[in-house]
Design a protein around this ligand. Structure first.
Ligand SMILES: O=C(O)CCC(=O)C(=O)O
Ligand SMILES: [Fe+2]
Length: 402
């Protein structure tokens, strides 16, 4: 789940936990206190007039190491997701990933270019546009409708998560059925499911190692961990994003902002898998025309850095729900996307894919006593299902359902 919380969850830095997690009262010492600044490099940004932003390479773990259940990758998990980490890590060498990424990302422009009436058929207002095509339904930081990008949402693992009409009505953004453009773009379903499955499978491996890391600091029942929670969930959601080329959208108004393409937010769920954006001009792949453009992250120390990872890598970020349930051992990452600027950026579009992995709507979340995010929503006994919790968040930030 992401989209509808998207702009409402632009908390800027408010979703970041105070730094007491770094010196937790359990006495759990951070495995690593290395300053992430050692990976920060300053680069001059070709098309920007502002002073250069620092650029930071993600921590990487090879798929082969990740797959080894006996390998101890805690240091890297901590460097990526821990209280002093950058908030993102990436996995290299995933078999088939590069071709699956390219196959899906190349379909996003074709989807966005379908006739309006065909795209309308792919919309799902009942789920607040959390299934199928969504364009202009979310808001920019300015409060205006977001026409800069179009999104296509689907659960890549389950076409029909439930047939229970009550549940579909109650948790429409999770329990609805996928809407595929079967006649207009039949390749989309195949490519979306294939890429989503790989990012999910690798995400489970990341989750396994996250659980090992967290269990060093806090007591955790075996079935309470991130890996098992994700494994039994029916709510995972993929989002294929298409950022329209500059001349087709009004970039001027947002042009100077760091978050000109995608506003500051933290993802709401458990773990997000992310591909590196693919840029095209007139349908031909090009390199990013402005080195200042791309994914930005607000680090734990409040610094804003551009995060970079290779096109053959899958990046993972922690969502708010994991930050809460792991008691801050794993931290959610405020991030945004900056559009390219300058003459070279004209006509250049960007495609990418995110997989939001999250607990099942029925999953009981046992909130710790000391919750720093959305504290007011948690009942005194600290127990809510993920579905209930998400609905409360949607109601908090959006109009209540009538
Ligand atoms: O476009 C991107 O690279 C990031 C998108 C994102 O953060 C999201 O969809 O939540
Ligand atoms: Fe995000």
């Amino acid at each position: 789940m992401r989209s509808l919380l998207y702009n409402s969850l632009i908390y800027h830095s408010t979703t970041r936990f105070p730094s007491q997690f770094a010196k937790d009262s359990t006495g759990f010492p951070p495995l690593l206190n290395r300053n992430i600044s050692r990976r920060i490099t300053c680069r001059s940004m070709s098309c920007s007039s502002e002073s250069p932003s620092p650029t930071l390479r993600t921590v990487t773990i090879s798929y082969y190491e990740l797959k080894d259940k006996d390998a101890d990758v805690s240091l890297k998990i901590e460097e990526g997701f821990g209280p002093n980490g950058l908030g993102i890590l990436s996995i290299t060498d995933v078999p088939d990933f590069p071709s699956l990424r390219r196959k899906l990302l190349c379909l996003s422009a074709r989807l966005a270019a379908l006739p309006e009436d065909v795209k309308k058929e792919l919309e799902d207002p009942q789920s607040r546009y959390n299934f199928g095509w969504s364009h202009g339904k979310e808001q920019l930081e300015s409060g205006k409708p977001d026409l800069l990008k179009g999104s296509f949402y689907a659960n890549p693992l389950l076409d029909v998560p439930t047939k229970d009409a009550f549940l579909i009505q109650r948790y429409a953004s999770y329990c609805g059925a996928n809407i595929w453009p079967q006649a207009a773009l039949p390749e989309l379903e195949v490519a979306f499911k294939a890429l989503g499955k790989v990012i999910f499978d690798v995400g489970l491996l990341v989750a396994y190692h996250c659980d090992r890391y967290v269990s060093r600091g806090m007591k955790m029942q075996k079935d309470e961990g991130l890996e098992q929670t994700l494994l039994r969930s029916r709510c995972h959601k993929g989002r294929l994003l298409y950022y329209f080329p500059a001349q087709l959208s009004n970039h001027e108004e947002n042009g100077d902002s760091m978050s000109s393409w995608c506003g500051w937010h933290t993802d709401h769920g458990s773990l997000t898998g992310l591909t590196c954006g693919l840029f095209k001009r007139n349908g031909v792949e090009v390199s990013c025309p402005d080195s200042a453009a791309g994914l930005y992250i607000r680090t734990r120390s409040g610094e804003i850095v551009k995060a970079i990872f290779g096109e053959d890598e899958i990046a993972y970020q922690i969502g708010e729900t994991t930050e809460i349930l792991s008691q801050g051992y794993l931290c959610a990452t405020p991030h945004c996307v900056r559009a390219p600027k300058g003459k070279e950026a004209s006509g250049v579009d960007r495609s990418t894919f995110a997989l939001f992995m999250q607990p099942d709507w029925d999953e009981k979340l046992n909130f710790p006593k000391d919750v720093h995010i959305h504290k007011e929503l948690i009942p005194p006994n600290g127990s809510l299902t993920f579905g209930e919790y998400s609905e409360m968040l949607l109601d908090k930030y959006y109009h209540k359902k009538t």
